[in-house]
Design a protein around this ligand. Sequence first.
Ligand code: ADP
Ligand code: MG
Length: 901
Amino acid sequence: MEISQPLLELEWIPRPRLTALRRLEIETVEDLLTHYPRRYEDRHQFPEFPREESEVPICLCGEVVNTQLRRFGGWKKIFEATLQEPGGNALSQPLVCRWFNLHYVQKMIATGQRLVVFGKPRLRGKRLCMEHPEFEVIETDDEISIHFRRITPIYPATEGVSQRLLRSIIYRLLNELPDEPVETRAPARLVTGDRRHALQMIHFPENWQKLQAAREHLVLSEFFGLQMRIASRRAESVGRVGGVHCASGQLQKRFLDALPFELTSAQSKVISEIKADLAAKHPMNRLLQGDVGSGKTVVAIASILLAVEAGFQAALMAPTQILAEQHYAVLRQWLEPLGVRLSLRTAARQEDNSPLPLFANAEVKVPGSAGCQPAVSGSLPETSSGVDEPQYHRRRLPHFERPWAKYMITFTTRGRRQLSEKSRDIVLESLLRWKDRRYDLFAACVMPDHVHLLIEPMIEHTIDSGDLVFFSISKILHSIKSYTANRINKVEKSNDPVWETESFDRVIRSESDLHEKFLYITRNPWEAGVAAATEDYPWVWHSGVDVNAKDAASVTPDFAAGCREGQAGSLPSPSRNDEAQVIVGTHALLYESVTFSNLGLVVIDEQHKFGVAQRARLTAREPAPDVLVMTATPIPRTLTMTVYGDLDVSIIDEMPRNRGRIVTAVRDGSKLGEVLSFLRKELEAGRQAYVIYPLIEESDKLDVKAAAAEFDQWKERLHPLRCELLHGRIPPAEKQATMERFRKGEAKVLVSTTVIEVGVDVPNATLMLIENAERFGLAQLHQLRGRIGRGEHKSYCVLLTSDNSQETAAKLAILEKTINGFEIAEADWDLRGPGDLLGTAQSGLPALKIGSLKTDVELMRRARAAATLIFDKDPGLEWPENQRFRPLIVEEQGRTFSNVS
Ligand code: ADP
Ligand code: MG
């Protein structure tokens, strides 16, 4: 027998059991041998029957002296088995085991049997009871050496395979497994002993020490395999073509000298780590962890200046519009005096030292054209002057248009007129021109004689009643048609109408509908035979991962990349001299390769909002830029070593000294009155406040309604102080203006959803009230709280909740106790487990069979060091003695590794 042998080939294993095992993905001998026990019972000798209750479960053995089936409440049944202590004395009390409504138990237990039970003894009246204990019947004595008089393994419960059976099969497998050692796939300096012995001892340990040693061996091997995979990826990225993006640091010095404060020593340390990376040839891949307010932005600027001085472009990407704007403001303040050229590129706004070439001519009036009106104009163009404007179809039934709805829209040229390539450029530019101003654009395709779009109209304005008015489809189409018609006729030297008046739209009804239309549009030129399969068609645009991740994920990467590259190629690129040296933007920057000509450094703020796939896209460029990702969400060290294992990690573990304290208090919802009067007092003393309410899905219309209602209440409560409302569905420009008024102190209170979660920096805002705090996760609450305590004033965070469950109390109490992000992350982990901590989208957590990311930190560290050492010396894993580790990397790459990057 071999360890890789399928269980199917072993005839002595009962066939029905094989099926049950297969459900657990146990197919081979190895699978079964690595089906590790969940716990152990020391069955050498059992303790005496207790007389009192116990909070700790205990393992007892006794003889069944009586069984009884009792009914209550009609059909409900209790089965009771009374156990007598073997050789017990007159004083010993029997133990009653009870199972409710589990009829199979009663078939398994009979008077006269010996039974091992495991559970918590409880007093019920005068009797000592165990409710629903785990149990095992001692059947015959011939197998006693497997199940008893030893430290006995208890396996994870498996339907269709009993503990006894599992134990017997594994026992026999271990006996029959040949003696030559099962290959140990970890270096000898990491693990002691061989794997064969460790497997033996993990299932049937001779004593507790040997069990411990066996576990250590197996955990180390498992972690080693994981770290080898991470190290191999790292080695691969280190081997990629990068460049030196570092200057001597004159600019950086001028910046640091001008700062009104001293760097913390943590900041200085991190800056020098980054400097070393920038100066090295291989691409930097560094994660900067630092709690909210620890001063990561300064570090980012200092790094950017090194690259800029060396003659490279640097990009700073933020997850939201607001943050990008804020970074832009901060960077301008520091960099413009140094003569650094800066530009802001977000979906909604483009600001530059020079206009973006793409829209440079947008404001130039073409004679006879009304199409170049600013985007806000909704009136129909004059049709009298020269160009024969089509009459646009006005939809009379706006109630067909629903808030937050997505539409697929198609409109065609008049008489199927063919658009020249130049004209198609114009149409695509125009579609992008209004993207994120009037609609979210998911996909667009400009065919020679028609156009498809997939859009979601945005909010145009809010009317007094609080209702939202969306851009109507007719208005959107009107802008596009009129804007393009004139320009097309100009380049085509024609006077004929360009567009048909009619257009077709369809509401998208479901995710799959969306996906289907998305694919339809993005594949249209190829499907319709307008472009050959191998050919590019540059007039297809789609939003890539900007759409819901699940939609984008199902588009094949090649296909998506092809579309995007085509798109990039059709746009003119700026000339070198007046080109921005630092580009600030949202993550959408990723898709505008046109804006970079000489990218040396990319700084990505707030990693948790930035998908792994997006980062991969960046680092796949050649030559690869240096990449610094910054996160304010501390995660426990072991998780960093695995989830971000291929990144170098820098930590800012120190706060600037001038910070005011943050006091956090949990209050019951009924105490709102008291909280309000406190709030008023502070506001009157000149401070500002955030009021946060939970909004689970930014797209949820009910929540938006709720937000508006909430807001009215708050205006009333705090009258006459000025309150403003902020949520994710407010158009970016308006959001920005609101933020600005709050920053300037004109608005005193910001009623907001979690859009202010990350990075917002208003030092005079010292109050935060979080409503329904129980609905937020710990990490998120911590992030939110990080908005206050940024100035020298003492800050207050009040967590309001009406949920008085124990879990909520425990969760919120953690925030009262500490403001240290790492402590909170650890606590969060205890409460929720690592998957939740990271969010499913990018958890990338490995499936571990035995090791615990939480408790085996030290072992992980050792495994990591061992793996790193191997790759440091032998990056291609080519040495003969390292050949045996190759399977570790290949085997599971597809399964565990694809998410970890
Ligand atoms: P975060 O790490 O959350 O991004 P920021 O970079 O936004 O933090 O910094 C928060 C605030 O602290 C900013 O106003 C910044 O100017 C200030 N700051 C940064 N470093 C220091 C320092 N060493 N001493 C004092 N204040 C600092
Ligand atoms: Mg920040």
